[in-house]
Unconditional design. Structure first.
Length: 559
């Protein structure tokens, strides 16, 4: 985004999206409010998992921003971003880079090849052809040598939002030729490499929507190649309803299309949301922020950093535009998967090779209920999710959602809303008299064989079951760990535990050591044997009589 006024063309950035809402239960706030929270400073440089928080604020001294943000948001950021234009051949900001690096904060420079006093096409404006032709080589080389001399890692985002039409370096303003943009990007990059500026990490950054949406302006056509890119950047905004064309757009919908494109063109690259923010007009900004923290680990597993655009400009993008907005961000930053270590951020590999781990190092996601197959929910790896019922007295059978579908009825897909992301749910009715009865939601870990047999996995290295669970009409729910048939365990005799529940879904972590077989089990095995042959997880309501509903989300195993 430009720091100067852009007019209507810029206002298109981030506007092309649909709407939905997702969130999770926020972490508790202290009685004194967020102002009473201790400042979090992430000193764990050994782990590179998680999502690293950065910020842009328009200040004369960018090195002062980390302390300011720590006081304001109770969280020391991993990175500070700012803009440097090529106008007047602005020098490399050595002192700020060194001062930030000394604080353990990543300097993130958005390097803009333009004279912002001139329009695209004006005489004297910088063009991609001039860059490729060598007219700016001396200036680029000066920066490369200064970066090498500084001898500290930094992020460099050159020629961002090239698939918009508001910058002079945009594909739209350079003959509608994405190959020319690629040549210019590579030209700048190659000079840095030739000068030995090897501690620079390069961000190739697209706008969240192609403007205009023509084939020649497809951002994927301007990808310079994996060897030229360390991070893929995305820029986008929730403009709200203040602009005549605007709509209130959740974080998920601002970025999902662009994220999918980024992952398709660069499948193993870490993604940084290099600019984002929300307006206040047209919706609840605090809820928008809360939804964002819910969606980041579930919907965007390759996003490894986000940078809030924290100024008042076309809209009031500031975190502190209202007290509620600020408080939601402060509490969201205290999620375990949000990171503040600049040193760890710089160690995120430029090639992830495998999908990013779920929040919590070494965790094994089981079901986040974002996957549908043939209209039915599945587990993360494609296992079946289904409902069943049982009862001792056939005249008083248990009832549940979708029962008319027959055996292995699908769970209900509960749409995002009311502070929660998409999840599995079911209604239940358990009647008396019955010696035993219940309704069961089963999660198969893996797809079944062609013959319909369940498939197990060795998960003996895990020690905790994590899930988000809520229920009405009952005060407790039974959780079961089901082994495959090779262990010969009777129905109902697998290791199990009861957990207390309430109507509001909450995150719980249940030690696997609490799972025990019932005393009546005809065959006893060790918990380790079950985990080595784990095939399914059951969520069971068995209180007689009872009726109500259950909601389930974010099931996984922790080491």
């Amino acid at each position: 985004m430009r720091i100067l006024s852009l007019g209507a063309a810029l206002l298109l950035s981030g506007s092309l999206a649909s709407s939905s809402a997702q969130q999770t239960v926020p972490p508790p706030e202290p009685a004194a409010g967020v102002a009473g929270l201790p400042v979090l400073e992430d000193k764990d440089s050994a782990r590179t998992d998680g999502i690293f928080f950065g910020i842009f604020r328009e200040r004369a001294d960018h090195a002062a921003i980390p302390a300011e943000v720590a006081a304001d948001l109770r969280f020391k950021p991993a990175s500070v971003m700012w803009y440097v234009a090529w106008k007047d051949r602005t020098a490399f900001p050595r002192e700020e880079v060194l001062a930030l690096s000394k604080q353990g904060v990543v300097p993130h420079i958005t390097w803009e090849p333009w004279d912002w006093n001139l329009k695209a096409g004006d005489p004297g404006q910088i063009t991609l052809a001039a860059i490729v032709g060598g007219a700016w080589d001396g200036y680029i080389r000066d920066w490369a040598r200064a970066a090498r001399a500084a001898d500290v890692p930094l992020l460099l985002r050159w020629g961002h939002e090239f698939n918009g039409n508001w910058y002079p370096w945009a594909v739209a303003n350079n003959g509608q030729d994405p190959a020319l943009y690629v040549r210019a990007y590579r030209h700048v990059h190659d000079i840095f490499k030739a000068e030995g500026a090897n501690k620079v990490q390069w961000i190739w950054c697209l706008n969240n929507a192609d403007v205009p949406g023509e084939g020649w302006n497809d951002a994927a056509r301007a990808y310079p190649g994996a060897e030229y890119v360390d991070w893929v950047g995305l820029d986008g905004y929730n403009w709200g309803t203040n602009p005549s064309w605007g709509t209130w757009t959740p974080f998920r919908d601002v970025f999902k299309t662009a994220y999918d494109k980024a992952v398709a063109v660069a499948p193993d690259k870490p993604v940084v949301v290099a600019e984002f923010a929300s307006s206040e007009v047209g919706g609840d900004k605090g809820a928008w922020i809360l939804n964002m923290f819910a969606d980041l680990p579930k919907v965007f597993p390759q996003i490894r950093s986000v940078v809030w655009f924290d100024i008042q400009k076309e809209e009031d993008w500031r975190v502190g535009s209202t007290l509620g907005s600020r408080e939601r961000l402060v509490t969201g930053l205290r999620n375990k998967f949000i990171r503040g270590s600049g040193t760890a951020m710089l160690a995120v590999p430029a090639s992830l090779k495998t999908p990013a781990a779920a929040p919590g190092t070494g965790s094994r996601p089981i079901a986040d209920f974002e996957q549908l197959r043939d209209g039915r929910l599945t587990t993360v790896e494609g296992g079946k999710v289904y409902l069943s019922g049982y009862q001792q007295n056939a005249a008083q059978s248990s009832t549940f959602s979708g029962q008319e579908a027959g055996r292995e009825a699908p769970a209900v897909v509960l749409a995002p809303g009311n502070g929660l992301s998409q999840r599995a749910a079911f209604d239940f009715g358990i009647r008396a008299p019955n010696s035993y009865a219940g309704v069961v939601l089963t999660l198969d870990l893996l797809p079944r064989t062609a013959g319909g047999a369940v498939v197990s996995a060795d998960l003996s290295g895990f020690r905790t079951l994590r899930l988000q669970l809520g229920a009405s009409g009952t005060h407790r729910v039974r959780l079961e760990l089901l082994a495959d048939s090779s262990l010969g365990l009777a129905d109902g005799s697998h290791p199990q535990v009861y957990v207390d529940v309430g109507p509001g879904p909450r995150v719980m972590e249940v030690p696997l050591s609490r799972f025990l077989q019932p005393d009546w089990a005809p065959k006893k095995v060790t918990l380790d044997e079950v985990l080595r042959h784990l095939a399914s997880i059951n969520v069971v309501v068995d209180q007689i009589p009872s009726s109500g509903s259950v909601q389930l989300d974010d099931v996984g195993l922790l080491p």
